[in-house]
Design a protein around this ligand. Structure first.
Ligand SMILES: CC(=O)SCCNC(=O)CCNC(=O)[C@H](O)C(C)(C)COP(=O)(O)OP(=O)(O)OC[C@H]1O[C@@H](n2cnc3c(N)ncnc32)[C@H](O)[C@@H]1OP(=O)(O)O
Ligand SMILES: O=C([O-])CC(=O)C(=O)O
Length: 381
């Protein structure tokens, strides 16, 4: 009789809508479409402070004063060069390996070669986080260059983080407008509460594993097209559609095939991603700088048409994909750029998890075959 059967626990598929812990790092508020980093609205930080200052804020809880910033900048600039072993490992990886595989492997090597690898004190973990932060731009820049048959470019310590990132990639002093737009993208990508990759990092940390392992796992989670991989997928969509005029028929076919349109939709924001307006301004700046109004026409046509038909809004990956394309990055380097930024959020969460740890181990409800007997076998002669 139904009443006598034990009540089935409710399943929260994908943990949708389930709060699993507190965090003081960022507040995602879907009701007001807003995102706060340690209390500051992210759109107010973008353009007002540098990515380095935002990184410091996310790790330390406060913006740096002049002395703290100078000390951090000095540390970051001293750890920018590509380690020779990391370079050797990258050189051994086939070009068929996705750049996310390359940065995941590089992260593992960097972490294992960290001078404080055996020290898991909070201070050492923070320095490891800062060394990964400093090292990732060289990995992305070198990987893009080697795929184009170009030599490594050594970092310049007279440039800020974003200007140096672009310099190491393109071997020319970047223009201020481009640096500013890129810096804004790095600020916007840095942190977003318990997204899939950050949660992955927290799960790994919850077993008291090390920071390097948690970052490597997080990179794996970010790679998927439902998460960070969507910024690359947006460019593939743009290439498939071609021009603004082709959006209508393309969308008819895509929706008939029940395809997901990458760069749209979000688990938490259902009425638009808080970061999109700020990133769209940066994209506008790049479109004007490179004189590419066609990019904006296609961007607007697809966004307007998809919102009108499905009521699903763009997420941050939608404007950042074409922005990175205009700057000159190869499409498959877009998600590694996201890694270079999000390593800040991941490591802030790793340290927060450690400081107030509980092993993350949810329950499952078994729905396989009922208990049964192992079949008897004839004894083997
Ligand atoms: C930085 C970031 O990681 S932001 C996210 C980047 N990811 C993408 O852009 C990938 C495309 N988007 C998606 O796949 C989803 O919107 C996700 C994974 C981001 C969020 O997914 P969920 O919260 O699980 O929403 P869910 O997938 O249940 O969507 C609800 C409905 O909207 C539809 N939907 C959501 N996003 C899209 C989309 N981009 N294209 C087409 N349909 C969509 C779903 O098919 C579903 O329809 P149904 O109710 O008829 O089945
Ligand atoms: O929050 C999420 O689920 C995905 C996202 O936008 C991010 O990680 O920046």
């Amino acid at each position: 009789m139904a009443e006598q059967q034990a009540a089935q626990p409710e399943i929260y598929k994908g943990l949708a809508g389930v709060p699993v812990d507190y965090t003081a790092i960022s507040k995602v508020d879907p009701a007001s479409n807003s995102l706060l980093y340690r209390g500051y609205p992210v759109q107010d930080l973008a353009g007002a402070v540098t990515f380095e200052e935002v990184a410091y804020l996310l790790w330390h809880g406060e913006l740096p004063d002049d002395e703290q910033l100078a000390e951090f900048e000095q540390f970051e600039r001293a750890h920018r060069a590509l380690d020779h072993v990391v370079k050797k490992v990258i050189d051994e990886l086939p070009l068929t390996a996705h750049p996310m595989d390359v940065i995941r492997t590089a992260a593992s090597v960097i972490a294992a070669r960290d001078p404080e690898v055996a020290d898991d004190s909070a201070d050492a973990e923070l320095r490891k986080a800062k060394r990964l932060f400093a090292a990732f731009p060289a990995v992305v820049a070198y990987d893009q260059r080697r795929r184009r048959g170009l030599e490594l470019v050594e970092p310049r310590d007279d440039l800020g983080y974003s200007a140096n990132f672009l310099f190491m990639t393109f071997d020319e002093a970047p223009e201020l407008e481009v640096v500013d737009a890129f810096d804004v993208s790095m600020i916007l990508y840095a942190e977003h509460s318990f997204n899939a990759s950050t949660f992955t990092a927290r799960v790994i940390t919850s077993t008291l594993s090390d920071l390097g392992s948690a970052v490597v796992g997080a990179i794996g989670a970010l790679k998927g097209p439902l998460h960070g991989g969507a910024n690359e997928a947006v460019m593939h969509t743009f290439a498939e559609i071609g021009t603004a005029e082709a959006v209508g028929p393309w969308l008819d076919a895509a929706l008939a095939e029940k395809r997901k349109i990458m760069g749209f939709g979000h688990r938490v924001y259902k009425h638009g991603d808080s970061r999109v307006p700020t990133m769209k301004l940066a994209l506008d700046q790049l479109v004007a700088h490179y004189d590419r109004p066609d990019v904006l026409d296609l961007y607007d046509a697809l966004a307007n048409e998809f919102i009108a038909r499905k009521g699903i809004y763009p997420n941050l990956d939608y404007p950042s994909g074409p922005a990175y394309n205009l700057i000159g990055f190869d499409t498959d380097q877009f998600t590694p750029i996201f890694v270079a930024s999000r390593v800040v959020g991941w490591t802030a969460h790793i340290m927060e998890q450690r400081a107030s740890n509980a092993l993350i181990r949810p329950l499952s409800v078994y729905d396989g075959v009922e208990r049964r007997e192992v079949p008897a076998r004839e004894p083997v002669e």
